[in-house]
Design a protein around this ligand. Sequence first.
Ligand code: SF4
Length: 352
Amino acid sequence: MSLDVLSMEGEALNACLEEMGEKRFRGKQIISWLHGALAEDYDQMTNLSKALRARLSKEAPLMLPVKERVFSSQIDETQKYLFRLSDGQLVESVLMKHSYGYSACISSQAGCAMGCRFCASGIGGFVRDLTAGEMLGQVYAMQRDLFQRKERVSHIVVMGTGEPLLNLDNLLAFIRILSDEKGQRLSRRNMTVSTCGIVPGIERLSQEGLPITLALSLHAATQEKRKEIMPIAKKYPLEAVLAACQTYFERTGRRVTYEYAMMAGFNDSEKDARRLAALLGRGAHVNLIPLNAVKEHALSAPSAFVLERFAAILRREGVNATIRRSLGADIEGACGQLRRKYADDTYGTVRT
Ligand code: SF4
């Protein structure tokens, strides 16, 4: 198997080059090219000899995700990317424009094993973890496009396909490389990682003490209801998940945000709102997300009136509730929809 240079951090790459009989400092140069200058080819690395460039191209080919399609929303400035990985897997990413800058939402796995009932990503099942380089490659492709407009990605959200805390080693390398001073120097404070509630993963992330935001995909205010839509709740009950989130806050000083996908007739009643407020308590931050309907599932978003009523109850109880704008709804905005649609349209079946 060839070297995965894009996923390697400084020391590991230096050591590798030394083993190849090259100078250690070449590692540093390659890191600057790949993660700072966002080079896509060894031939761009003009301070390496031609012989070394040729050798690396052969022995350590760069496995950057290839931009297969880019869909631009006609409603807002959202762009959805479909990437093909080196083994043919498709993954999705989204570039969103906010008042505070551009955020890149990336996938951490090809497919997902979690099987949440409202999500398209889990339908084809889990395929494999993404490497750190494949996660970085999604951000870099979007960043290269933004460079042309003299803009930058300022925020990262790991909320696309996959459960990031089940791919924690690669996720941590991704965060370190992305925030490294030789790379894009992206502030860890501007990074959000979402989880469906993997308790050991939250605990391990707490121990890392990174100042990133943890977002818990909550979606229901009781264990019984959560189990109905999120199979993982059977393994990690709500009480244990919330306790792990509390530990995360105590260890990192970073508040946990709670994601709540609003599903008509399932979790959008006044009673649900009061339960949610009682569960999380005053001062909690909840993002209410009108569900992006998935054709394979019967669930849909409630009306704007119901959404507002739900948010008002939370606020009255002292919870900070934000209704998320549904960005890029005209381009299959929900997690996993594009990958499925494209695979369906192109190949007749989902390629997993
Ligand atoms: S919501 Fe997230 S964890 Fe659940 S199936 Fe979809 S990608 Fe996986």
